[in-house]
Structure formats: structure tokens, C-alpha cells
Design a protein around this ligand. Structure first.
Ligand code: AMP
Length: 215
């Protein structure tokens, strides 16, 4: 199964993707994670993408589509793919169609996480993760049970994304509205778009997604 999770920053794409990976053995293809890894490793792609990402703007279509191509080439065709944060523009949607055909895959569902933008600013600006295991936390909504130590692995190192500040979040949302939301009609034609309430509790969102995937 191949699915796209679509929604503005903080909608829960990453959280729901991780759960699908755990529960269904699918593979999460997050261009944001790939780009952050490239920035950290200071690869040529990372060096080109760093400043663009810090401003909350979009990295070039050619770069992200090449990253997805490489990942699909390295995967077994039987492993399901969750596209998280890709495609984000009309050109990327066209590239994804081509890449899916090239790698013998077909898109099953496009799930749009429907969210309230103001609530997202609050979500995104307070979030941080365990630097060791990736468990997610929030300044106002989910502090570790023992202050300063990860509930899951006990690590005392935490990290925050550089682009999770209010100004950048607003740019990222504007990018979503202007360039990503308009790709929905591309998929609506094939009748594969489903909307899920992304403001519901995490478990409820997971259940709603499961309902779509099992339909
Ligand atoms: P994300 O982790 O999905 O929020 O992505 C973080 C940042 O990486 C975005 O604000 C963009 O700068 C860049 N990025 C991630 N995915 C894409 C994409 N598909 N197209 C262009 N830029 C992207």
C-alpha cells in the first residue's frame, strides 16, 4: 500500500507515520527528515537546503524528488510507503506519479489531516523530542514525567527543530496554503482523497486513518 499524508506543519503527519510504521510495517518517507539528515551530514544537498529550511521556504522540487527516487529504488516493492511531507507542489505531484510508475507502485490513499492553523502554531512552537529515541514532548501539553528525563529511554538530551519558531511556522503554513493545498484536486480526480480530523486526540486520528486504510 502507498499513501500520502497531507497537512500543514504540526498536523501530525510525523506522529501518525511513526505509528503506521510500528503497526503495519510500512516505511515512512519523510523528505523533511531526509533533508535534516543531509544538513547534519553537511552533504551538498544539505548545504544547499539549510538556509531555505531555516526560512521555512521550500527546497527545490528536483532535490526532493531525487531523494524519494533513491529511497524507492532501495526498497522492496512489497513494503508499503507513507509519503510524509512529499509531494508539496504540483511539480512534485507529477514527479511522484512518474516515480511510482517507475518503481511499480500505485497510490492507494491520500489522507488530508484537517486542522486549525492557530492551534498548530501553539503545537509546533512548543514541541521537542528526545535526542536519543525521538519520543515527542511539548512545553505546555506533554512534559516528561520526571523533569529532564525521557519517559521512554531515560535520556537527558532533548532537541528542538530550528524551524519550529513562530515566524518560520507562519511562513511554512503560508507555503502549505499557496503551494501544497492546491495539489489536492490532482488526486481528487481519482477519488482517493479522504479527510481526517487532525485536531482529535492522537489515538482517534490513528483509528480514523486505520478505517480509511482498511476500507
Ligand atoms: P517538514 O519536516 O516536512 O516540516 O519539512 C521541513 C522543511 O524541509 C520544510 O519547511 C522545507 O523547507 C523542507 N522540505 C521538506 N519536504 C519538502 C518538499 N517535499 N519540498 C520542498 N521542501 C521540503
Amino acid at each position: 500500500m502507498n499513501i500520502i499524508l497531507l497537512g500543514p506543519p504540526g498536523a501530525g503527519k510525523g506522529t501518525q507515520s511513526s505509528l503506521l510504521v510500528e503497526q503495519r510495517g510500512m516505511r515512512q518517507l519523510s523528505t523533511g527528515d531526509m533533508l535534516r539528515a543531509a544538513v547534519k551530514a553537511e552533504t551538498p544537498v544539505g548545504l544547499e537546503a539549510k538556509a531555505v529550511m531555516e526560512r521555512g521556504e521550500l527546497v527545490s522540487d528536483a532535490i526532493v524528488s531525487a531523494l524519494i527516487d533513491d529511497e524507492l529504488a532501495a526498497m522492496s516493492a512489497e513494503t508499503g510507503a507513507i509519503f510524509d511531507g512529499y509531494p508539496r507542489t504540483a511539480a512534485q505531484a507529477v514527479s511522484l506519479d512518474e516515480l511510482l510508475a517507475k518503481h511499480g507502485r500505485k497510490l492507494d490513499h491520500v489522507i488530508e489531516l484537517d486542522v486549525d492553523e492557530e492551534a498548530l502554531v501553539d503545537r509546533v512552537t512548543g514541541r521537542f523530542t528526545c535526542a536519543n529515541c525521538g519520543e515527542g514532548y511539548h512545553d505546555r501539553h506533554k512534559q516528561p514525567e520526571v523533569a529532564g528525563a525521557c519517559d521512554k529511554c531515560g535520556s537527558t538530551e532533548f532537541k528542538r527543530r530550528k524551524d519550529d519558531n513562530e515566524e518560520t511556522v507562519r511562513t511554512r503554513m503560508a507555503e502549505y496554503r499557496a503551494k501544497t493545498a492546491p495539489i489536492l484536486p490532482h488526486y481528487e480526480k481519482s477519488g482517493i482523497v479522504r479527510r481526517v480530523d487532525g485536531m482529535a486526540a492522537i489515538d482517534d486520528v490513528t483509528r480514523a486513518i486505520a478505517k480509511v486504510l482498511d476500507s
